[in-house]
Design a protein around this ligand. Sequence first.
Ligand SMILES: [Zn+2]
Ligand SMILES: [Zn+2]
Length: 400
Amino acid sequence: MHTLEVRTAVQAIEQEIVSWRRHLHAHPELGYEEVETATFVARRLKSFGLQVEEGVGGTGVVAWLRGEGKGEGLCVALRADMDALPVTEETGLPFASRNQGKMHACGHDGHTAILLGVAKVLSEHRQSFAGTVKFFFQPAEECAPRGGALDMIDAAVMDNPKVDYVFALHLWPELPLGKIGVKAGALMSASDRVRIRIQGKGGHGAAPHQAIDAVVVASHVVAALQTVASRQVDPLEPFVLTIGSFHAGQRYNVIAPYAELDGTVRTQNEALRSTMPNRITSIAQAVAEAWGAEAQTNYEYGYPTLYNEPHAVEAVSKAVAEVLGEEALVELTRPSMGGEDFAYFLNHAKGAMFWLGCHGPLSPDAPIHNGKFDFDEGSLAVGTSVLVQATLNTLRLQRT
Ligand SMILES: [Zn+2]
Ligand SMILES: [Zn+2]
């Protein structure tokens, strides 16, 4: 399949991809509940004549496509995530969410539609390549710190045949439509969760001397934790510690007996990451002790850092140049502090995630995870073309 054929083949089904996206967008389902989404996906994959397995790692779907071209060919896997977010949609689109309080606010409707498009194009041209393509439709990407990727991997999707390269994309509204963002090395961060429970002693709001005020102690813990980034971590090292949730007390005139903090820690350096449980535990403990309270820290490791393998990035960059032209390529210099469980797949095979520019002239000025988020649907054909071409280029590589 030549570059020109890829573009023509994608163009021919562009309206279909858009209609899949709109259907998925109108019917969002949260992580591990993607039942109708999975059925929708599986039905289409079967109609393309692919071998399909449902209920993989929960609600995941896997499809296999064997090339009928001459030669050996590698095994390339492509992954899309299918879950939506507990966000109330405010776009006013005619195909807006019909499921109250749920929305495809991270573009996973687009990812799923694109991967269906790739499956359709490649299945129609299976004589033109050798090797195996696996399609992973993954549940629960948004369900950090565990996430659905591990469940798919535990279900052995990376074996039989063993995956040589794995690719994924993410719609990226910070890049304009027609641009593709690539970066070798760290693209996204490790994201962990930390919960701290401060145990004080409740009492009358008018008699603080008889109580240990958990609100005051926890406030000092939150403030002290800010010094991890500012005083303990190399200033040139990407790092974030955010306490996003602080719950304490029930009544204005009662001193709260306990407080619960819940936060996220983002790193891109395993050595630094491994010091975090101890650092945070000792700060919380020391601050609490100074006030006669107690702190219990629970540190949960989440998604690892997402590392793009340089050869895989090269394969994507080459595909971008071929189907869109050199000028479409944006070499990213800085990673994101966001997390992505696609990182787990990259622990089992070489591969890369790239960012698909999706902000068009009519797109709202809203980031992902926002109730007003929407993207230019022109990006669906762009993403499909790049993934098809990158897959074809990679299938031809030598096994190393
Ligand atoms: Zn997201
Ligand atoms: Zn996402």
